[in-house]
Design a protein around this ligand. Structure first.
Ligand code: NAD
Length: 277
């Protein structure tokens, strides 16, 4: 793994799931971290998001690795909140080198009967939230002529997916965002890339609503049904991609040595991506 000694990484959605693992992997490899999550519900999301206690647990895991953690409860939907996070981070650590813009939500609705809130929340968190996170940190990175931005998109940004028009629209849009930022930030030696995970073993994927979407032919599908479906879906013999698999690519793109990798999209999806043009 790359060495992140003296590097400061800001991770959004760090209370649990992939964001927690990114924070731990950054810390394991020498970075101090700024941990952001929203410890309150997003109206249209029916499964539990990160809590204050979980965010604190991520911080404890980082501190257990003898790295520093700054915990900030903030909603990526607010540009003011994200600017305050960046100001707090700079006050605590002096600078910020890396942004892992990972926070996201998913719900499942056909567009024809999607309620307004579901559409708005998805776009606000997954697209505007990532743009806010980048806008908040970019002036500081430009001033320092150093920065690594890694955005979490999805395999839903490679294809059309029924019940996910809002989510797919937000995740496809991130690719346009990443490529534009890569060009705008290039003169400052800042890189901006996206990772596109397949189905990852996190709280986002462990609840009844998602099981029903993946296994619609059953009345009350459970985890075993979901796992059987994912096994069929993944060309490689695995049920899930694990959070740590995503972290490895996030850290690769965030490394100092990856200085000329920018504007790229990287699939981490057990070859689920491989039959697309
Ligand atoms: N799990 C998957 O199968 C999968 C697949 C592809 C892409 N992704 C993407 O990966 C990223 C991480 O997802 P995950 O699987 O860890 O999900 P998760 O639900 O386990 O974790 C997401 C975290 O983001 C936080 N968050 C949500 N809204 C927020 C907001 N407004 N402000 C700040 N934090 C907020 C949540 O509280 C939670 O801690 C998301 O962008 C998701 O869309 C997930």
């Amino acid at each position: 793994m790359p060495n992140f000694t003296r590097r400061i990484a800001l991770v959004t959605g760090a209370a649990h799931g992939q964001g927690r693992e990114h924070a731990i992997q950054f810390a394991k490899n020498g970075a101090d971290v700024i941990l952001v999550d929203v410890p309150k519900p997003v109206d249209s999301v029916p499964y539990p998001l990160g809590t204050s206690a979980e965010l604190r647990e991520t911080a404890s895991a980082v501190e257990g690795l003898e790295r520093k953690a700054l915990v900030v409860e903030a909603d990526v939907r607010s540009i003011d909140a994200m600017r305050a996070v960046v100001a707090d981070g700079i006050a605590a650590f002096g600078h910020i080198d890396i942004l892992a813009a990972n926070a996201g939500v998913v719900t499942y609705h056909q567009l024809v009967d999607m309620d307004d809130q579901a559409w708005q929340d998805t776009i606000d968190v997954n697209l505007t939230g990532v743009a806010n996170s980048i806008r908040a940190v970019l002036p500081h990175m430009m001033e320092r002529k150093y920065g690594r931005i890694v955005v979490t998109s999805s395999q839903a940004a490679r294809r059309g997916v029924p019940n996910l028009s809002h989510y797919a629209a937000s995740k496809w849009a991130l690719i346009g965002l990443v490529k534009a930022v890569a060009l705008e930030a290039a003169p400052y030696m800042i890189t901006c890339n996206a990772v596109l995970p397949g189905a990852v073993n996190t709280p986002m994927m462990h609840h009844d609503e998602v099981y029903k979407v993946f296994v619609p032919e059953k009345d009350a599908p459970g985890l075993e049904d979901m796992e059987a479906r994912l096994t069929q879906m993944n060309p490689m013999p695995t049920i899930w991609v694990e959070p740590t698999d995503i972290s490895h690519e996030v850290l690769h793109l965030a490394a100092e040595e990856s200085r000329f990798i920018s504007g790229c999209t990287v699939d981490v999806a057990a070859a689920y991506n491989a039959n697309l043009p």
